[in-house]
Design a protein around this ligand. Structure first.
Ligand code: DP6
Length: 353
């Protein structure tokens, strides 16, 4: 009755912002993402009669330990080059959201036993590094496995989606499409290309690790108030077709342009909602300007930003070191996490308790 799963965070190239159904977390549009090798969540779930209530704890981790546990490269250092340890906690609201998800999985298995859940992140929670995606993907697979539920990958993505929309994209391998769908059964995620299809990099620049004021769930609940929403949604099918075409012929500059435009389009919607949400900080804008300058100097690097101030710099593997050097020279990074395209959520043998 115990299982541990490790799930990657993902970075969306075509973004999800807004729901057609809040309860089922059905999105207003399809989205497309890349799983991240360096930003992941590990979760152990045990169901047992010995627990009188659900116990949900955040385990603080030293990155060094995570490195040894990880098959893929993981690098994260603060500005002094030191490995960083973190001590984070779940809020009551987060615990309740996790318990609600456990209830859903318990109902599927027809059991009522309480659970102990330990979870560990390799990156700051709630800073736009998609902690809810890897968190709910790991929780879904660990809990379903602990209860012996025989679910297909597609079914797991639909279940993870109900915990957090973007979590469904962290289940399949590599580069992942999430179908908008018209109901719970038709809104699922699948791998479009495996992780070794294209050697891209996401150099995640963490400029702030405080919790953001507007979590994405709350933030996107006001999406209908933006006068730009409808024009955004009209263009999405065209963008989804275009990204598939660019992937099939590995056209990096055109992909970068598309990723950047799509990010700015989503943030324009966020900023014009009522109340407006401005996730960027001074450092975010500094990085945006720097990227334009680096490109003008001949370095092919593009940015994308989720619901937080941190910036994902997308480049090809051959330019990774140059991008890291440029970021270091700017002197605004609290941490840099270098991500390769990664596989999806997997069951692992090393339990957290
Ligand atoms: C900006 O998946 O965190 O990162 O479904 O309410 O849990 P909920 O939202 P969440 O939203 C992610 C929004 C985004 C864009 C994206 O990842 O596609």
């Amino acid at each position: 009755m115990k299982a541990t799963a490790r799930a990657p965070a993902n970075i969306a190239f075509i973004k999800y912002w807004g729901k057609q159904d809040e309860k089922l977390r059905l999105p207003l549009n399809a989205s497309f993402s890349m799983n991240l090798s360096g930003a992941f969540t590990t979760t152990t779930v045990e169901f047992s009669k010995k627990y009188t209530q659900d116990i949900i704890e955040f385990v603080s981790a030293r990155h060094a330990e995570l490195v040894s546990a990880s098959k893929k490269v993981y690098r994260s250092r603060n500005e002094f080059g030191m490995i960083v340890a973190r001590d984070e906690k779940f809020s009551l609201e987060e615990k309740n959201r996790i318990i609600k998800h456990l209830d859903l999985i318990r109902a599927k298995a027809g059991i009522s036993a309480m659970a102990k859940v330990f979870t560990q992140n390799s990156f700051p929670k709630g800073a736009g590094a998609a902690a809810s995606a890897s968190g709910f993907a790991a929780l879904t697979m660990a809990a379903a496995t602990a209860l012996g539920l025989a679910l297909s990958e597609k079914e797991l993505t639909m279940l993870a989606r109900i915990g957090s929309g973007s979590a469904c994209r962290s289940i399949p391998d590599g580069f992942v499409m999430w179908e908008k769908g018209t109901g719970s059964e038709s809104s699922y995620a699948y791998s479009l290309y495996p992780s070794d299809y294209w050697d891209l990099r996401d150099v995640l620049v963490i400029v702030a690790s405080e919790m953001k004021k507007f979590l994405s769930t709350e933030g996107m609940s006001y999406v209908q108030s933006s006068p730009f929403l409808q024009s955004r949604l009209r263009r999405i099918p065209e963008k989804i077709n275009r990204i598939q075409e660019l992937f099939s012929r590995k056209d990096f500059p055109a992909l970068g342009e598309l990723i950047e435009k799509e990010c700015l389009n989503m943030h324009a919607v966020m900023m014009t909602q009522a109340p407006p949400i401005f996730y960027w900080m001074t450092e975010t804008l500094k990085l945006i300007h720097a990227v334009y300058e680096w490109r003008a100097q001949g370095l092919p690097v593009y940015f994308t930003i989720d619901a937080g101030p941190n910036v994902h710099l997308i480049c090809e593997a051959k330019d990774e070191q140059k991008v890291i050097e440029k970021v270091k020279q700017l002197g605004i990074a609290k941490e840099i996490v270098v991500n390769m395209p990664a596989d999806g959520t997997k069951i692992i043998e090393e339990h957290l308790f």
